[in-house]
Design a binder for this molecule. Structure first.
Ligand code: DGJ
Length: 736
């Protein structure tokens, strides 16, 4: 039980809490209603007479706010024995019987926790953004949690996180520390989740949620999303469709281990508990220290998946992704063109090809560094970030200069968190390497991580980037790769090994913050041997991400499709490569659906293919503002038929582009029915013409005809896909 001094402490704090509650009581008769309203939705919390904060409503908002308190009376479900099933932040070890949001071991060894309302404040950050803080306190222990809800009114998005602190007489161990704890009511819940592997990112699965707990999690440390990302959808009642249904999208803003528990409780309500994964990570918190959890992000729509994703994309561009409202650079990359086999002469040719092709810059990939152990394959040199003297006798500086001379720009690949066992860095600093001191090393792609929880390693990693820019101020771009997961998690720096996974990610963010403080806008690609690492915490520091090493355009249609639910096109780097059997037109059309790049040997392109690419880049430059900043509508789902169709339209609904593909090449397949457009103005008139035509081919589409938005959205338009025309790009414009 409590020590007397802690009890005294409680009386003091308790008195304070009562003072706040009385204030609340006079306002609202034993309850404090705390609504978080956005343009269409509401999350409504209630601090009841017992000072417990519970969720009483989540969904499309009601016209009359007073009626939120009537909602629960209309549900005749079974009894809640704990009175805590809908807790806004479920504690454990007292009367709770379900999955907790938080569990602790107090300084005196006791495991119980209760959380009572103290007060709340709402601050308006600007016209669109509000920040609600709710303070909760244990009545017995001097232990406090603040719940934060940052709401974005227009976008219907909420970011939720917590701060945990205490003033006990010693260290408290945090055993679980969720960011958010939602409570939803519906007769049925459907989960859309994703799984994957290298080159197979974002494979979707849909299932009805059954009783018990379904956990989405990662224990990979770095590259945390390789097998499963933290993004998911919950449909209420029945599976949401593109343009209909109730659907919540969730995602954790954290680039390390995560854990999302979806518990369908015995009352048939869904409890969502999301946060960093507590796997191998009980966290010691000293008195007075604040432990902040990352944000859990969610949006809700009663208009289906399309509306939810447009809200999220809009939010991401406006508030999260670095330079989300800005522009991006097209590029020529040499990874698949040369792999590790290049030298200065070859690169000089590629620089000329960059110019010839018409893209904005050249990106030098892996293989440019290491001297004692040259980087000629993936088994050496990570950590030795000095130019290889044989391949690049005049260094990066001469290439940056050469690019400048011929009127293009130069970017570079790094993988600065990693170390090869065959490297000078490993020899010099074995204590910087993540590995067990008494077990054999085990490798992922022949490499190990540097221990980013160590400030000295953070300095080193920052230095890798800083030196590149200091030596080459005109460097245009960084591709930041991360090809390994963490095995044998152990830090020679950490006193408490159970802090390692969390402190690694904090160390990574610390480095990225330092980079952004000094180089705020330089574009950087977040790559992890594909999309194994993308999340909205990382994207605060990166302008774009690499969704997958799988660039087979047919595969890519499916991968990009699923990413598009959660991430806007401006953040999705797509490259034209030699993967797949499709013609260059198909490959280029697919890559144009996000941020366009090329990774091919330009000098080997037949004349007409080169001509096609040059024209396509010009078209892309005209359309990119709409692809990056416009509204995206998924028209035909490749998983539901033979056609994939995606539309982008500008804000004024006067101009846009539709990408159409045949994804099934069986005899007689084609677009037999019109594809219904979306997002247009029914009253406006439009003309549609085909672009990105391969030289010497003609379009069967008459670009002079005029259609109303009404016709195009109700009857549709046929892109005339056939087994000979598997990829069709249509540009539409308002005519007056
Ligand atoms: C994995 C990336 O996804 C590729 O694009 C390439 O950069 C290689 N790493 C280089 O090692």
């Amino acid at each position: 039980m409590n020590k007397p001094n802690q009890f005294t402490g409680y009386i003091r704090h308790g008195a304070l809490a009562i003072a706040f509650s009385i204030f609340a009581l006079t306002k609202l008769n034993a309850q404090t209603i705390i609504p978080i309203e956005t343009a269409h939705n509401a999350l409504v919390l209630e601090a009841n007479a017992k000072k417990e904060v519970n969720t009483i409503f989540f969904g499309r908002k009601l016209t009359d706010k007073q009626e939120y308190t009537q909602v629960s009376s209309q549900y005749k479900q079974t009894e809640d024995y704990t009175g805590q099933l809908n807790s806004a932040y479920t504690p454990s070890g007292s009367r709770n019987l379900v999955e907790p949001a938080i569990s602790v071991t107090h300084a005196d060894g006791n495991n119980s926790l209760d959380m009572k309302y103290v007060d709340h404040t709402v601050a308006k950050v600007d016209d669109n953004v509000s920040l609600l803080k709710i303070r909760l306190k244990d009545p017995v222990y001097n232990f406090e949690v603040t719940l934060f809800y940052k709401s974005f009114y227009k976008q219907d998005v909420i970011e939720q996180w917590t701060e945990i602190k205490h003033n006990e007489k010693g260290t408290v161990i945090l055993n679980k520390y969720a960011s958010a704890n939602l409570h939803l009511k519906s007769p049925h819940f459907w989960l859309n989740q994703y799984h994957g592997d290298w080159a197979k990112e974002m494979q979707p699965e849909q299932s009805e949620i059954t009783h018990g707990i379904k956990t989405l999690d990662s224990k990979l440390g770095t590259r945390a999303n390789l097998f499963q990302p933290s993004v998911f959808m919950i449909s209420m009642d029945k599976p949401a469709e593109e343009n209909a249904g109730n659907v919540l999208y969730g995602a954790l803003e954290w680039s390390g281990n995560f854990r999302i528990d979806l518990e369908l409780d015995y009352q048939n309500n869904l409890r969502i508990i999301a946060g960093m994964n507590n796997y191998a990570s009980p966290y010691n918190l000293k008195p007075g220290e604040v432990f902040a959890t990352p944000a859990f992000l969610y949006t809700f729509s009663d208009q289906g998946k399309g509306d939810a994703s447009r809200k999220l994309q809009n939010w991401a561009r406006n508030y999260k992704i670095l330079d989300g409202k800005g522009t991006r650079l097209t590029l020529l990359n040499n990874w698949e063109a040369t792999y590790f086999d290049f030298n200065e002469q070859k690169l000089a040719e590629l620089l000329k090809d960059t110019k010839k092709l018409g893209v904005d810059f050249f990106l030098l990939d892996d293989g440019w560094f290491g001297n004692k152990y040259p980087r000629n394959s993936d088994n050496a040199a990570l950590g030795d970030w000095q130019e290889n003297k044989k391949k690049l006798p005049n260094g990066i500086a001469s290439l940056v200069k050469e690019a400048d001379n011929i009127g293009t720009r130069f970017g570079i690949w790094i993988e600065p968190e990693m170390v090869s066992p065959k490297s000078e860095l490993y020899e010099k600093h074995p204590d910087w390497v993540v590995k067990q001191p008494n077990r054999p090393e085990y490798y992922f792609r022949n490499q190990l991580e540097l221990d980013l929880s160590n400030p000295k390693v953070q300095d080193f990693v920052f230095g890798v980037v800083d030196r590149l820019f200091t030596k080459n101020p005109k460097l245009a771009y960084i591709k930041w790769d991360c090809n390994a997961v963490i095995y044998n998690a152990y830090s020679a720096h950490q006193k408490n090994q159970s802090h390692f996974y969390i402190d690694y990610v904090k160390g990574l963010y610390n480095v990225l913050q330092r980079i952004r403080a000094k180089y705020p806008t330089v574009p950087m690609m977040l790559c992890s041997g594909g999309g194994g690492r993308v999340d909205y915490a990382a994207l605060q520091y990166f302008t774009e991400f690499w969704p997958s090493d799988n660039t087979d355009p047919l595969e890519r249609i499916f991968i990009q499709w699923e990413y598009s639910y959660f991430y806007p096109a401006i953040s999705t780097s797509n490259h034209v490569t030699d993967w797949g059997k499709q013609p260059i037109k198909f490959r280029t059309d697919v890559a144009m659906m996000g941020k366009l790049g090329f990774d091919i040997v330009v000098s080997k392109l037949p004349e007409k293919e080169l001509q096609f690419c040059q024209e396509a880049i010009k078209n892309y430059n005209e359309l990119k503002a709409i692809i990056w900043q416009g509204e995206q509508y998924r028209l035909a789902d490749p998983r539901n038929g033979s056609v994939a169709s995606m539309l982008y339209v500008n804000e004024q609904k006067t101009e846009g582009v539709i990408f159409n593909y045949l994804v099934n090449y069986r005899y007689g397949e084609g677009s037999k029915y019109p594809v219904k457009l979306n997002g247009l103005d029914a009253a406006k008139k439009y003309q549609i013409r085909e672009i990105n035509l391969f030289p010497d081919t003609k379009s069967p589409i008459d670009g002079n005809k005029t259609y109303t938005g009404d016709f195009l959205m109700n009857i549709g338009f046929n892109p005339v896909l056939t087994t000979d025309r598997t990829s069709v790009v249509l540009k539409f414009e308002e005519v007056k």
